[in-house]
Design a protein around this ligand. Sequence first.
Ligand code: UFG
Length: 372
Amino acid sequence: MRRIEGTRTLVHGQQAMHESGQLQSSKHNHSLTRKAGANLRAMHVLVTGGAGYIGSVTCEVLQEHRHTVCVVDDLSRGHRAAIPPGVPLEVCSILDAERMRAILERERPDGVLHFAASSLVGESMRDPGLYFRNNVGGMVSLLDACVEAGCRRVLLSSSAATYGDPDEVPIPEEAPTRPTNPYGESKRICEQMLEWYRRVHGIRYGSLRYFNAAGASVERGEDHEPETHLIPLALQAALGSGNALRVFGTDYQTEDGTCVRDYIHVVDLAEAHLLTLEKLQATERLVLNLGNGSGFSVLEVIRAVEAVTGRTVPWSAAPRREGDPPRLVASSARAREVLGWRPQFDSLERIVQTAADWMQEHPRGYEREPTG
Ligand code: UFG
């Protein structure tokens, strides 16, 4: 498999070079965002779900920018080993209102980044109660704890799933929110709660609507059990470490009949959090899409995985997965304008390459590292 060593420059700033020198420019772009983050004084940030995929990468980026971090995670889906060294972990469910209050009182963070949530579209169609309990219930206990502790800055990991099946793509933030699954509905309710806590308690908030998070930093990547996401499953299928891929739906009204998504690199997402925290010093609320603005079908993702790995992805057509909208592509014009955010990973192949590199380094994920 080809490797892009240059991805090592992403978070650690080490010198490394890809054969083609391609990532040299991404290193340069990275420093642009860094400059924007430089206005931010060192903060103490509480990260719920910091042992998860996006949360742990964001902890890494926060540390890189010299902020102190405390993680709250119940480890139901996350991995202790994903939390960067030196970051304390409180093993606690966000549903435990009493403990959340005590933790917030003790930590008195300058801001809270709230990643802890159930986040699978398919699962939410089978067990909606899980999504309303964890996502909506968790939000109540977190926000009440923030109010009591005097923490007035909260960032929510919201989702493109709040839009449902959009009338237009790329989707602007003003588009109507009509979720097609309980996961998206739970996030829409969380957004509405934030607005009420702003009005009543003066909580400043950022609601970041992620499109499809993908890729990896050098140290941290995607390790779900079971894995349900397209890119890791396609990589596993190509590398022979997983089953043949099932393509959920080949009869959608899209160019090739498969669903179209906007894949955004996890480090780009993480950086948007820092910029949003900074912006909330001067603004009360920000609702922002975070995506690249380009849509790729499932078959195009398969082809990107084949190009990166040099191997064929075995796949077969399968029925549609319930709750999947056909096409989700972001307009991220607002995030670019308001935050000065510039995603570095604007090509699908480069995103997939970082995921492939991480998988190669961690063939058995976090907790199941080979011992010999
Ligand atoms: N897919 C397959 N086969 C698989 C897995 C996925 O065909 O084995 C398809 C899905 O049907 C979908 C696309 O690949 O069309 C992407 O699926 P993922 O499961 O990777 O991601 P989702 O688009 O379902 O959801 C992700 C996050 C959500 C978030 C959403 C926003 O998991 O939390 O992106 O777009 F809301």
